[in-house]
Design a protein around this ligand. Structure first.
Ligand code: PLP
Length: 370
């Protein structure tokens, strides 16, 4: 074996996005013990930083030592008990994974289907809530990475609460890239990841639980079906106020990376980060439309950080993406499910959301699609 030397790519796909050099160098700092008081002080800063970007005062806000999918599992495993009725609004791939979580936990999944590429319909959710008076959880994805559509979290949460349901929201692609207010929108449990709009490495998820979710967790009749993700246990490490106890060996250097990414996003200001994502989306959109490349999602529901566009007629999806990768070191993503071969997903997330990346992407496409 020899040392691995990856090429330098520009990551404009569905994630991971480009990792900022400051975050890469933060991760190269010397590893210290995960119970070292200096490390614990850094953990406290991470929790405060996460609360700021999630826009919440939730005490139970912390990273989970595993990728976004573990954040998803942490929410479902801790909140869903056997026979719980969970309404899941599905408008893409990641909603389907929520269903998988619920059924594996012995819960009953009630599916509200929406078209891929469209926002979740509040009318359909209301209909499902009326027809299932004993449902106790509503789950949905804020920013569907498989299509680039965003949904109205505030209205969906309000509706769920009118019918005494708590909410689980996937914010893996939305956090940092688009408006998100956990407390103001009364989101009960939320998870996100580091590898999209936070400009950081993949492999860590971020969760936040509010009062209603903690009450559901505290009044469980059965124990949580996972040792690693049982928040009652993890909290002794992340939330133990003065005395922290060993739960698992924290990914020390990854947490340096997360810490630096929070420092950077707070320097920029979370609201300014939303504005940057929006402005760069406009720039990309104007360039693509000038080339007669059209968007899948209607203007109102479009995510600025994930641009799904229809592949122009007569061009081969895989061939174009492989030219971009091999000749331009530029990664964009393919469509999924019914959109395989029909759309490209162009990400403008975190550190990837930069003018120079847009110029590269537009000029490369212009040359190839000539
Ligand atoms: N949810 C959404 C909306 C995602 O886009 C992703 C990953 O792309 C995930 C969940 C899963 O995250 P991970 O791949 O880090 O496990």
């Amino acid at each position: 074996m020899q040392s691995f030397n990856p090429p330098v790519r520009t990551l404009m796909g569905s994630g991971p996005s480009d990792v900022h050099p400051r975050i890469l160098s933060a991760m190269a700092k010397p590893t210290i013990g995960h119970l070292d008081p200096i490390f614990i002080a850094m953990m406290d800063e991470i929790k405060e930083g996460l609360k700021t970007i999630f826009k919440t005062d939730n005490k139970l806000t912390m990273p989970i030592s595993a990728p976004g999918s573990a954040g998803m599992e942490a929410c479902f495993t801790n909140l869903v008990e056997p026979n719980d009725k969970v309404i899941i609004c599905i408008n893409g791939v990641f909603g389907m994974r929520m269903k998988e979580n619920v059924t594996r936990l012995g819960g009953k999944a009630i599916i509200v289907k929406d078209n891929w590429g469209e926002a979740i319909s509040t009318d359909k959710l209301e209909h499902a809530l009326k027809n299932n008076p004993n449902a106790n959880i509503v789950a949905f994805v804020h920013a569907e990475t498989s299509t680039g559509a965003q949904s109205d979290v505030k209205t969906l949460c309000k509706l769920a609460h009118q019918y005494d349901c708590i909410t689980i929201v996937d914010a893996v692609t939305s956090l940092g890239g688009t408006e998100l207010y956990v407390d103001e929108w009364e989101i009960d449990a939320i998870y996100s990841g580091t590898q999209k709009c936070l400009s950081a490495m993949p492999g860590i998820s971020l969760i936040s639980f509010g009062k209603r979710a903690i009450q559901k967790l505290n009044t469980r009749k059965t124990s949580v079906n996972s040792w690693f993700l049982d928040l009652n246990l993890i909290m002794n490490y992340w939330n133990g106020d003065s005395k922290r106890t060993y739960h698992h060996t924290a990914p020390v250097n990854m947490l340096y990376g997360l810490h630096e990414s929070l420092v950077m996003i707070l320097e920029e200001g979370i609201e300014n980060s939303w504005v940057r994502h929006k402005k760069n989306h406009e720039l990309l959109k104007n360039g693509l439309e000038a080339m007669n490349i059209n968007f899948l999602v209607n203007k109102k529901d479009r995510l600025p950080q994930l641009n799904s566009v229809l592949i122009p007629k007569g061009f081969d999806d895989e061939k174009i993406r492989s030219i971009l990768l091999n000749d331009y070191n530029l990664e964009i993503s393919a469509g999924l499910g019914a959109y395989t071969g029909k759309i490209w997903r162009i990400g403008l997330m975190g550190y990837s959301s930069r003018k120079e990346n847009i110029v590269l992407c537009l000029s490369a496409l212009k040359e190839i699609l000539r």
